[in-house]
Design a protein around this ligand. Structure first.
Ligand SMILES: [Fe+2]
Ligand SMILES: [Fe+2]
Length: 168
């Protein structure tokens, strides 16, 4: 594959991925404003953008074996909480941008938990076995990730139990 096409696939993957998340956020806003058809349109097109993003990612050769994928995911999460988010939090403090600081902090704390999950998966996958994991719940406010029962109160953002989504 030519270098330029490789670069283009990466750029297209980034763009489609961001469009997906942006449209899902726009769909939530459309629901809030009572535009239910517009919300559905955003969700449909968001789904299509996911398919495009996945196709680009596959053609980059970036979807490997599960063991390799978990190794990459573990490394990515670790880089985020050990380097990227601490730097971003420092800068947000210097800029006195408290909203950005909070969103970086919530992500940073969750990434530590994510790295632990992937570390656990790494151990069993190395032996060719699936990871043992109970029900997984995500705080819809801050992204806090918990195995087992959702807590009465999110330890990261303080949201109530009803804020937790269970992942199928
Ligand atoms: Fe993460
Ligand atoms: Fe939370």
């Amino acid at each position: 594959m030519g270098d330029q096409t490789l670069k283009n696939l990466k750029e297209a993957f980034a763009g489609e991925s961001q469009a997906n998340r942006r449209y899902l956020a726009f769909a939530v806003k459309a629901e809030e404003e009572g535009f239910t058809n517009l919300a559905r349109m955003f969700r449909a097109i968001a789904r299509s953008e996911t398919i495009h993003a996945h196709n680009h990612l596959k053609n980059l050769g970036a979807v490997k074996s599960s063991l390799e994928n978990v190794e990459e995911a573990y490394q990515g999460e670790t880089d985020e909480f050990s380097s990227m988010y601490p730097m971003f939090m420092d800068q947000a403090k210097r800029d006195t941008n408290n909203d950005a600081l909070k969103s970086f902090f919530w992500a940073n704390e969750a990434e530590k938990i994510h790295a632990d999950f992937f570390d656990k998966a790494l151990k069993t996958l190395k032996e060719g076995n699936d990871v043992q994991v109970a029900d997984l719940h995500i705080c819809s406010v801050c992204g806090y990730t918990v195995e087992g029962e959702p807590p009465a109160k999110c330890p990261l953002c303080g949201a109530g139990k009803e804020a937790f989504e269970t992942i199928e």
